[in-house]
Design a protein around this ligand. Structure first.
Ligand SMILES: Cc1cc2nc3c(=O)[nH]c(=O)nc-3n(C[C@H](O)[C@H](O)[C@H](O)COP(=O)(O)OP(=O)(O)OC[C@H]3O[C@@H](n4cnc5c(N)ncnc54)[C@H](O)[C@@H]3O)c2cc1C
Length: 387
C-alpha cells in the first residue's frame, strides 16, 4: 500500500476550525483562571459543545459525527497545541471511545444525552487504587451479589481525573472476591451521588485544570443494568482501554510540547547575548534540532499507531512504545523550551513552565514510563526470539 502522510480536506478543515476556536477561547489570562478554579469555565465548555467536535468518533445513530481514530488523535493534538495547555476535551473523546467499545445502546445514549445537556462527559475513570496503580490486578474494590439480585460495591479508587466534576464514575471492581488471585472483574457505571459514594480532593503538581480525587465506596447498591460490558471481562477491557488512552495522552502532550517549541523557537531570534541572537549559537541550534526530532518522531509513532487501530490491528506493543517515548520526549522538549528562555522560562510570566509541569504528570498517567517497558519489553523479546 502506498504511504500517504497528507491530511484529507476534512482534516485540514478540522485543524483550521480548532485553531479558530482556540484563538477565540483561550488566552493566558483565561487559562490561568481555569487552572486556579480547578476546571474549564462553563463558557468554554458550552463553546466547545457548540463546535460539535466533542461528538466526533461517535456513530451517527447516536447523534455523533463519524471519525476514525487518526482524526481523534489529530483533534486532541491540535486542541492542546493551539490552546497551549492540557484541556478537559480529551476526556470526552476517551469516555465515548470506551462507551462505544464496551457499552450497550442504552448506555451510549445515556452518555450522549448527558454530554449534550452539559458539554461534559458524564463519567470519570476509576481504575487505580492506593494499593493498585501499576499493578491493577492487585485491586481490592469488590462487588458482592445479594439475594435480591443487586450488588454491593465496597472499596476505594484514587487519582480519578475529574472525578469531582463528572456526575458518574466508570469503575472496575473485582467480582465477589477481592483477593489478588481473582482475575474476574467487571466494569460499572454508577452515579456519583449514589448513597455510599464519597469524594475527597487531591492536589496535583501541574494540570490543575484537570484535577483528580479519591473516591470511596461504602456498600453502594448496584443493579445489573449498571454493568458495562460482560461480567468478568473488566480486566481485559481495562487493558484495551489503556491502548486508546495512551494514544490520546500522547496526542495531548505532543500538542502541548509543540506549543512550547513554537514559543522557544521564535524567542531564539529575538533574544541577544554577547551582541548576537542566541539562534546563532550551536548549542541552541542543537537544542532546536533535537526538540524537532523528538516532536516529529512522536508524531510519526502516534499516527501510525492510531492508523493500526483503525485497521483493527493489535497495538499492544506500539501503544506502550509510543507512550514511553512520546511522554518522556515531549516533557523533555518542554524542559528544553524552558531552558532556552533562561530565567524567564522558570517564571509564571510564560506558559512554557506550566506546560513542562503538566507534561511531567503524563509520565505516570495511563501507565508509567517503567510499566511501558514491562509491557513492551517482554513482548519484544518474544517477537525477536529465534528458534
Ligand atoms: C496526572 C495523572 C492522572 C491520572 N488519572 C487517573 C485516572 O483518571 N483514573 C485512574 O484510575 N488513575 C489515574 N491515575 C493513576 C495512574 O494510572 C497511576 O499513578 C499509575 O498507574 C502508577 O501507579 P502508582 O502511582 O500506584 O505507582 P506504583 O505502581 O506504586 O509505582 C511506583 C514506581 O514503581 C515503578 N514500578 C511499578 N511496578 C514496576 C515494575 N514491575 N517494574 C519496574 N518499575 C515498576 C513505577 O513505574 C513507579 O515509578 C493518574 C495519575 C496521574 C499522575
Amino acid at each position: 500500500m502506498a504511504l500517504d502522510f497528507s491530511l484529507t480536506d476534512e482534516q485540514e478543515l478540522l485543524v483550521e476550525s480548532i485553531k479558530e476556536f482556540c484563538e477565540r477561547n483561550f488566552d493566558e489570562d483565561k487559562i490561568v483562571e481555569m487552572y486556579n478554579n480547578r476546571g474549564a469555565s462553563d463558557e468554554l465548555t458550552k463553546a466547545y459543545l457548540e463546535t460539535g467536535m466533542g461528538l466526533m468518533g461517535i456513530p451517527e445513530e447516536y447523534g455523533g459525527i463519524p471519525a476514525d481514530r487518526v482524526t481523534l488523535g489529530l483533534l486532541t493534538e491540535e486542541i492542546s497545541h493551539y490552546a497551549g495547555c492540557v484541556t478537559p476535551f480529551m476526556n470526552n473523546t476517551l469516555a465515548m471511545c470506551d462507551m462505544i467499545d464496551f457499552g450497550n445502546e442504552r448506555q451510549i445514549k445515556q452518555c450522549m444525552e448527558g454530554y449534550m445537556s452539559t458539554g461534559k462527559p458524564i463519567f470519570s475513570l476509576g481504575f487505580s487504587e492506593p494499593g493498585a496503580g501499576s499493578d491493577n490486578q492487585n485491586m481490592s474494590t469488590v462487588t458482592t451479589k445479594q439475594a435480591d439480585g443487586t450488588y454491593r460495591l465496597n472499596g476505594q479508587k484514587t487519582w480519578v481525573t475529574q472525578g469531582e466534576s463528572f456526575p458518574y464514575v466508570f469503575v472496575v471492581a473485582k467480582d465477589e472476591d477481592p483477593s489478588r488471585e481473582n482475575r474476574k472483574m467487571s466494569m460499572w457505571l454508577l452515579p456519583k451521588d449514589a448513597e455510599g459514594v464519597s469524594v475527597s480532593k487531591l492536589h496535583k503538581r501541574g494540570q490543575q485544570i484537570l484535577p483528580f480525587c479519591e473516591m470511596f465506596f461504602d456498600d453502594v447498591v448496584l443493579t445489573e443494568d449498571m454493568r458495562v460490558g460482560k461480567e468478568g471481562e473488566g480486566f481485559i477491557n481495562l487493558m484495551k482501554n489503556y491502548e486508546m488512552e495512551r494514544c490520546l495522552v500522547v496526542a495531548m502532550v505532543l500538542g502541548c510540547a509543540q506549543a512550547a517549541m513554537d514559543d522557544a523557537a521564535a524567542y531564539v531570534s529575538k533574544r541577544e547575548t554577547f551582541g548576537k541572537p542566541i539562534a546563532s549559537y550551536q548549542l541552541i541550534q542543537e537544542k532546536l534540532t533535537d526538540m524537532e526530532i523528538a516532536l516529529r518522531n512522536t508524531r510519526n509513532m502516534l499516527y501510525k499507531t492510531l492508523w493500526k487501530i483503525d485497521r483493527g490491528e493489535s497495538v499492544r506493543i506500539d501503544s506502550a512504545l509510543l507512550k514511553r517515548y512520546g511522554c518522556q520526549q515531549c516533557a523533555w522538549v518542554a524542559s528544553e523550551a524552558m531552558q532556552i528562555f533562561g530565567g524567564l522560562g522558570f517564571t509564571t510570566e510564560l506558559r512554557v513552565g506550566r506546560i513542562w509541569a503538566d507534561l511531567r504528570g503524563c509520565q505516570f498517567a495511563a501507565g508509567t514510563d517503567e510499566i511501558m517497558v514491562y509491557i513492551a519489553g517482554r513482548q519484544l523479546a518474544k517477537a525477536y526470539a529465534q528458534d
